[in-house]
Design a protein around this ligand. Structure first.
Ligand code: KG4
Ligand code: ZN
Length: 344
């Protein structure tokens, strides 16, 4: 039997809808996807405005659903389940995807499958050309989360360490803002960093030698603020140097802690997921260090690093296929704006 799952992602500032097909003995396939990013809308405010995000999800979700189905050459009747992001995320934004998915599923007599957003990120490399095998260590680096996990199988996630304050994505975004770059700053900062010297500024590597697998990025942001204030006005090279030094500090902490997690668990496989996983410098450094240690590294396709509907459809299909999730029709729902992954 094969499962065709429509997935709806609406936890933050991207409306994502996709159809994924899972068949026994075959890798999961992405049949179609539609994505609308609200970045341009929120840019004027320097960050996500929750109420605007919810309203925009309402406008986009059904046209994107129609588009994804048309692209896959499917009708609603060809679907086996509708999945949605149940959390964590912005409450109002989550309610749009959840309400749409449950209503659609109820009208079709199909199960509605709730998905943890981070589980979506974590499993997203299974849609890549080089999918991982269980077990592995996962470095999950998104805008709101920075975690290291031991992953034994679908639904078996053990938290090894996490940030005690800002996430790595937040460190990128806040530092970029201090450098006058647009929101979301991660990709802008990393582009500027290409022209800078990573050793130009000595910035802190918080908790690098803490002996555990936790992270802290709040102190780094303060150090960047101090340096940014001292930058000569209009000195583009100094600005690029500070961007490169900031990126180097974040990347080094992520690299060292990931290697420590691999050593602690004895695992020889690393999965990197979440928006910051798109960072080229991070990829280069992880690839090099892991190759030297005989560790295989897996990433989602670049387009699936940031939020999307495909990872939600995929996680639901994999949970269903491995019988971690119950797939009965439901007529009510709730969302979990705060929701630890270990509790799924
Ligand atoms: O996973 P994601 O799309 O959303 C959340 O679930 O939070 O991650 C978004 C984060 C933002 O902080 C963004 O700046 C960061 O990922 N990001 C990057 C890059 N692309 C996205 N950070 C550094 N380098 C990049 N190339
Ligand atoms: Zn995300």
């Amino acid at each position: 039997m094969s499962w065709r799952v429509l997935g709806i992602e609406s936890s933050c500032d991207e409306t994502g809808v996709a159809v994924v097909e899972c068949s026994p003995g075959a890798p999961p396939r992405l049949l179609a996807q539609g994505l609308h990013s609200q970045i341009a809308m929120h840019q004027a405010y320097g960050g996500v405005v929750p109420e605007l995000a919810s309203r925009d999800h309402i406008r986009r979700v059904l046209p994107l659903t129609r588009q994804a189905l048309a692209e896959a050459g499917l009708a609603l009747a060809d679907l086996d389940a509708i999945a949605y992001t149940q959390g964590p995320g912005l409450a109002g934004a989550l309610l749009v995807g959840a309400g749409t998915a449950v209503a659609l599923a109820a009208s079709l007599g199909l199960p509605a499958l709730p998905v943890h957003h981070l589980e979506g990120h974590l499993l997203s490399p299974f849609l890549s050309a080089d999918p991982p095998e269980f077990p592995f260590v996962c470095l999950l680096v998104s805008g709101g989360h920075t975690q290291l996990m031991r992953v034994q199988g679908v639904g078996e996630y053990e938290l090894l360490g996490e940030t005690i304050d800002d996430a790595a994505g937040e460190a990128f975004d806040k530092s970029a803002k201090l450098l006058g770059l647009p929101y979301p700053g991660g990709p802008h900062l990393s582009r500027l960093a290409e022209r800078g010297r990573a050793d130009a500024f000595l910035l802190p590597r918080p908790l690098l030698h803490s002996g555990d697998l936790n992270f802290s990025f709040a102190g780094l942001k303060t150090a960047v603020l101090t340096q940014a204030r001292k930058l000569p006005v209009g000195d583009a090279q100094a600005q690029a140097d500070l961007a490169a030094s900031t990126q180097a500090a974040i990347v080094e902490v992520l690299l060292r802690k990931s290697l420590a997690a691999l050593k602690l668990t004895g695992l020889k496989r690393l999965v990197v997921a979440g928006g910051v996983g798109a960072n080229q410098r991070l990829r280069e450094q992880l690839n090099e260090a892991c190759q030297r240690r005989g560790v295989r590294v897996h990433y989602p396709e670049l387009a699936l690093c940031t939020d999307n509907g495909a990872m939600i459809a995929l996680a639901a299909a994999m949970r269903w296929q491995s019988q971690v999730a119950d797939a009965q029709p439901v007529y009510s729902f709730e969302v979990h704006p705060r929701w630890p992954l270990a509790m799924v």
